[in-house]
Ligand binder design. Structure first.
Ligand SMILES: [Zn+2]
Length: 423
């Protein structure tokens, strides 16, 4: 970590601001700029927890903040402690402590034993630029709080970042939701992560979720989620080009000599558009890109040297082939529309399901045309399996969609995500 203080800017500042706001210390706008209001909130945080109130986030302050960011404290049992007493001190539902620590014997807590105590705050932030670091922390946080979920790694990116997956449920009906093939469309990552958190929490507490019963879905289905297929691209967009990136010179060249990747970069770290790299109409995709004057790596629409040339797309193909998905949703951002077909290979059943998903979300059901209609993940899935596969385009405006659209996007898509797992 780096030291954060007055004048520092960045996505890490934004994450801290979001945390300070969540625990009720007003840091001012969540804008990634460490201004005087943020400094005041940090001082309040330090006073509250007995740290030196200097308004600077160094190692000690960050360590404590980090436990809030991951969502739980490691608490050491003291004489006289009861589960209920601990829960009320932390302001958290005791059932969430039981869920996070399935092995403790609460009638016989042993002094000195360390247990996880959730803070009772949501783990997944929905008001920040959602970087790979945040994703990583959130995957670990959800697994710690809800040990019944399965987490793992579906592959690696060009730069060796993990392509995390989460599995919700243990049932035989397997479905697969993925997000952020396109770097600018990173808002789809917190969308899927928030869904994973809400589903897990509702399941843990035996509650309903948007009219569904997560306990029933858990037994009937297995919802596999890869929230961020293109972590290298997402971090290029949100954090800029790092000095240590081994493709530094090439990336600048591929980005038309610009150091600003925040407004146009959709590709992975090798300038390949991952959603044009699958083996489904790949030659047509090549012809279409040539017609647009695209001849090599760049910010968008370069299909790569050959189908599935990239580690990210190969990982998604392997992940898919080693399971038995009945339905897939590939999440993108732009247009509030669901694409359901690929070269007339989708079935009438897939169209009917598409209509139901459109109804659940309020989105339009459509067929893609032109360059967007080739070599995408859902195209490959439909071609390979002939089963229902959809590209869901969330939100409206100019990519990257601002995180301020999150709540609306989530409300539209929660019923769709739930329906997709049972239909
Ligand atoms: Zn896209």
């Amino acid at each position: 970590m780096r030291v954060l203080k007055l004048g520092t800017t960045g996505t890490d500042v934004m994450e801290i601001q979001s945390l300070l706001k969540k625990i009720g210390l007003g840091p001012g706008p969540i804008d990634g700029i460490f201004g005087p209001l943020t400094q005041q909130a940090v001082i309040q945080f330090q006073r509250k927890f007995g740290l030196v109130p200097d308004g600077i986030i160094g190692l000690n302050t960050f360590r404590l903040m980090e436990s809030f960011l991951r969502g739980y404290d490691m608490y050491t049992i003291r004489p006289g402690d009861t589960l209920f007493g601990i829960a009320s001190r932390y302001g958290v539902n005791p059932d969430l402590i039981r869920v996070a620590n399935p092995d403790i014997d609460e009638s016989n807590l042993s002094v000195g034993q360390r247990i996880k105590v959730p803070y009772g705050l949501y783990v997944v932030p929905t008001n920040v630029d959602y970087t790979y670091d945040i994703l990583q922390r959130n995957v670990a946080g959800l697994k710690a709080l809800y040990p019944f979920i399965e987490t793992g790694i579906a592959g690696e990116s060009v730069l060796g970042r993990n392509l995390y997956y989460i599995r919700l449920g243990q049932g035989p009906n397997q479905v697969f939701y993925n997000g952020a093939h396109h770097a600018l469309e990173w808002i789809t990552s917190p969308l899927l992560m928030k869904f994973a958190e809400d589903f897990s929490k509702a399941y843990a507490l035996g509650q309903n979720l948007a009219g569904y019963v997560p306990g029933e879905i858990y037994d009937k289905s297995s919802i596999y989620i890869v929230p961020m297929v293109n972590p290298d691209g997402v971090d290029l967009v949100l954090k800029g080009l790092s000095q240590s990136n081994p493709y530094n010179d090439e990336l600048r060249q591929w980005n038309n000599e610009s150091m600003d990747f925040s407004a146009d970069w959709q590709a992975n770290n090798k300038g390949v558009d991952l959603n044009h790299n699958y083996n489904a109409g790949w030659e047509e995709s090549k012809e279409a890109e040539a017609a647009l004057g695209i001849t090599g790596p760049g910010p968008t629409r370069y299909s790569g040297p050959y189908p599935m040339s990239e580690p990210e797309t190969r990982s998604m193909v392997d992940f898919t082939l080693s399971r038995d998905f009945r339905l897939v949703l590939a999440y993108h951002s732009q247009g509030e529309v669901i694409f359901w077909n690929f070269q007339d290979m989708a079935t009438q059943e897939a169209k009917k399901i598409g209509e139901a998903l459109a109804k659940a979300s309020g989105y339009t059901l459509d067929e893609a045309t032109g360059i967007a209609s080739y070599a995408g993940y859902k195209d490959w899935f439909i071609k390979e399996y002939g089963r229902p596969g959809y590209t869901v385009e969330v939100g409206r405006g100019k990519n990257p969609l601002p995180i301020s659209q999150f709540n609306r996007i989530y409300d539209d898509n929660l019923p769709l995500l739930l329906l997709g797992s049972v239909i």
